[in-house]
Design a binder for this molecule. Sequence first.
Ligand SMILES: *Cc1c(COP(=O)(O)O)cnc(C)c1O
Length: 378
Amino acid sequence: MIPGPTPVPEKVLQALSKHPIGHRSKEFQELVEITTKNLQWLHQTQNDILTITGSGTAAMEAGIINTLSKGDKVICGENGKFGERWVKVAKTFGLEVIKINSEWGTALNPDEFKKILEEDKQKEIKAVILTHSETSTGVINDLKTISSYIKEHKKALSIVDCVTSLGACNVPIDEWQLDIVASGSQKGYMIPPGLSFISMSEKAWAATEESNLPKFYLDLKSYKKSLLSNSNPYTPAVNLFFALDEALKMMRDEGLENIFLRHNRHKLAMSTAMKALNLKLFADENYLSPSITAIKTGEMDAEEFRKLIKSKFDILLAGGQDHLKGKIFRVGHLGYVNDRDIITVISAISYVLLELGKITTQQAGDALMLATNCLESK
Ligand SMILES: *Cc1c(COP(=O)(O)O)cnc(C)c1O
């Protein structure tokens, strides 16, 4: 129950075990054609979606280095570990970063984006880089509102990390007019790590013409060119394409709306149960990520708690990162997760808390009942 790599369905594992095929073969071209169409469905967009062999960070880095130039001014939203990472990437490539911070566990304030963008009369800000679902804290940022302010600015591009929101909650790329959206295979896609995806708007492609940052493997123009013949510029992880095809078919069968509802029910069940167990949520309750719940452990050492859950029940929970290590644990409920998984993890957490004398059996029972009510609500 960590937020990635996430569980992989049997059908997808079987698809992975096929013998690799030639990446210049007709069979592979057919695979690229169908997966690209289904990726557009998942992303709710007509924009180009490119598949890169590399992790989610590769897609984010590609978005940055293909559209910007040395010395460009960008805004980076930073309210967790991933926000910090995009600041590092931007600085590595010599961009001038204006940070918009918010304390870990709270959401970015859209008004701060509005203010800085409105004050930029010279249109010097070239991009706004931010994380939709901040996996390190369990917070989801208000991307819809922030992207509306980016649109009003007219010049700046949006470059968004949707790694733990795509495939979990609504990210309508065309409706919100998002320029660059990055995601990775080991999160909502239900396949192993190794592929990442990047959605590029017309405006993003136009910006590539002016970009002067060095790139070769991640030069998106070469991916776009080869996509015209349903191909890839280099040797991609062909077996992961078999898996991707299978996983996207499963998603189409479930339907976008049902996928979003399922993640929302799991989020509600987890957060409600944790409160009933006298635990405090780390994230602001109005901005809970659909994919991950971060829980404070108070005086109890979160790392010790995770060890107990692992040794007693063989369930892996994620720990806190950086200054949060030992202070929180995180439960991933992203991708191939069902109601049984949620009930099981809540039961395991309750049992260990009972053994530690932290709660009563009444509280353990209440937590399960409340969680089940959330799961049953359709
Ligand atoms: C997992 C994750 C990434 C990607 O990390 P990689 O290890 O490069 O795949 C990026 N952003 C968020 C919010 C994530 O959860």
